[in-house]
Design a protein around this ligand. Structure first.
Ligand code: DX5
Ligand code: ZN
Length: 220
């Protein structure tokens, strides 16, 4: 099993009427990161929150804000997300004309860079950037909505990336996002994931006992 697995709860599944309190509760419950899903109704068929909301919830936790941008184009919004308090900014290579330039832009604001692969996106499209990034987010559902079913067909991609990272000694975290639950958490860790994103499982299982659910995902 991967050592020191981190849990990054997605606030997409929280009660948006008290979003600040929810972020605070996640920190208290032992979350390592706070995963923020940003959707634009264009790159993905759903709308969520933008930089102004992130800025408002930022004071509720000192944890790393793990911001997953599902927006296109991304470059013109990077500065706003950086200023709003994102610590890691992850984008999809399909959402920008030049991933290399977007990586540079994120680094200009001293933020960590993540690249995300949709279930059908191949490793090839991020390969030349592996020496410049901090994280790879592997989508195990089609991006856009919480509560979808985990797609086991992404596991070979996760394993392959783990192999490449170990071989080349890259310092890249492998994050998995979508449909993570108590049944598949061990499988994804064994396949190489060291950060698990979860919305529905953390907020809905065991009557919404955040601490219990975070611990179960970490330990199982
Ligand atoms: C989907 C998002 C995910 C998702 C996770 O586009 O990136 O973060 O909401 O939620 P669950 O755990 O409910 O699949
Ligand atoms: Zn996400």
């Amino acid at each position: 099993m991967a050592t020191s697995v981190k849990i990054s709860p997605s606030i997409l599944a929280c009660d948006f009427s008290k979003i600040g309190k929810e972020v605070e509760a996640l920190e208290k419950a032992g979350a390592d990161y706070i995963h923020v899903d940003v959707m634009d109704g264009h790159f993905v068929p759903n709308l969520t929150i933008g930089p102004d909301v992130i800025k408002k919830i930022r004071p509720f936790s000192k944890k790393i804000f793990d911001v997953h941008l599902m927006i296109s184009p991304v470059d013109k919004y990077i500065e706003q997300f950086a200023n709003a308090g994102a610590d890691i900014i992850t984008f999809h290579p399909e959402a920008t004309p030049d991933s290399g330039e977007t990586i540079k832009l994120i680094k200009k604001f001293n933020k960590k860079v993540g690249l995300s692969l949709k279930p059908k996106s191949e490793i090839e499209i991020i390969k030349k950037h592996l020496d410049k990034i901090d994280l790879i987010l592997i989508m195990s559902v089609e991006p856009g909505f919480g509560g979808q079913k985990f797609m086991p067909e992404v596991l070979p991609k996760l394993k392959e990336l783990k192999k490449i990272i170990d071989k080349e000694k890259y310092k890249i975290d492998l994050e998995i996002d979508g449909g993570i639950n108590f049944q598949n958490s061990k499988t994804v860790k064994d396949a190489g994931a060291n950060i698990l994103v979860s919305g529905s499982t953390i907020f809905k299982e065991n009557n919404g006992d955040l601490k219990k659910n975070i611990n179960l995902l970490r330990e199982k």
